[in-house]
Design a protein around this ligand. Structure first.
Ligand code: SAM
Length: 270
């Protein structure tokens, strides 16, 4: 291994490096890796997690955006035969070549954790499961249930794509530099998609976004402000035995799915 010192952390790139080997062990254990598995790591940084993943999995592809860390890690991991280290932005770098069933494991850069989550969740079950370190607050939104203040667009759209559990919290002391927020590790297991066609999924995503766009308004008013016809929304709610005065945060995932399907039929026949 090369012994040159690692490059200094750049906070704007979300560089809070894990320094606690116990947390690394817990993340790798949660991923339940075997030598038959392929792993995608986002943001390998100085490589503390990368090296543990390479010992547990068959192959690891890691995408790092910072060229200094990419060079540092290329030298440090030259002896790891099962690692492919890529320089690129994980939001846009092509990932289609990775085999179906690839497992995503990452201590995510927090400034883009939500768009990264949406990118990987939108790949259906191409990624079998994901073990992700996130801000604790984002982890709470991912697992939130209806009628709670954390229940949001992220909760509904993520729970549509995956079964999600919050595994454990991680203190800022486990990182250098320390992040200003608490962190948590979540496990997401991909579901079979319940809406068959991409345009149905698109309608569902738009409906959920529009429903939560004005949280304090009723669902009917929030949707009207976002361009939906309130008569059609009221007709759909009545047929689903739901009150027109309820708010988005009371609807379950199943009810959002039913509303998507029914509204599409009503709009078509209207
Ligand atoms: N995996 C390392 C660890 O656990 O110590 C580093 C985790 S650190 C929280 C996030 C890493 O993601 C940093 O290495 C950072 O440079 C990298 N990163 C930031 N933005 C990225 C992007 N758009 N694409 C890929 N990597 C990114």
């Amino acid at each position: 291994m090369d012994s040159s010192p690692p490059p200094a952390a750049i906070r704007r790139l979300g560089q809070n490096f894990l320094i606690d080997p116990n947390i690394v062990r817990k993340i790798v254990a949660l991923a339940e890796l075997s030598p038959a598995d392929t792993v995608l790591e986002i943001g390998p940084g100085r490589g503390i997690l990368t090296e543990a993943l390479c010992r547990a999995a068959g192959h690891v592809t890691a995408i790092e955006v910072d060229p200094r860390l990419h060079t540092f890690l290329s030298e440090r991991t030259a002896q790891l035969p099962n690692l492919t280290l890529l320089l690129g932005d994980a939001l846009t770098h092509p990932i289609d070549h990775l085999p179906t069933g690839t497992i995503v494991v990452a201590n995510l850069p927090y400034y883009i954790s939500t768009p990264l989550l949406f990118r990987f969740l939108s790949q259906g079950n191409h990624f079998a499961r994901m073990v992700l370190m996130l801000q604790n607050e984002v982890a709470d939104r991912l697992v939130a249930k209806p009628r709670t203040s954390d229940y949001s667009v992220l909760s509904v759209t993520a729970q549509y794509s995956a079964h999600i559990s919050k595994a454990f919290k991680v203190s800022p002391q486990c990182f250098r530099p320390r992040p200003e927020v608490d962190s948590a590790v979540v496990l997401l297991r991909a579901h079979e998609p319940r809406l068959r066609r991409p345009e149905e999924e698109q309608r569902f995503a738009s409906l959920v976004r529009a429903s939560f766009a004005h949280r304090r308004k009723t669902l009917v008013n929030s949707l009207r402000n976002e361009g939906y016809d309130s008569k059609q929304v009221e007709a759909a709610l009545t047929r689903l035995h739901l009150s027109p005065s309820l708010r988005a945060e009371t609807l379950t995932l199943e009810q959002f799915l039913a509303l998507t399907r029914l509204l599409a039929r009503i709009i078509h026949d209207w």
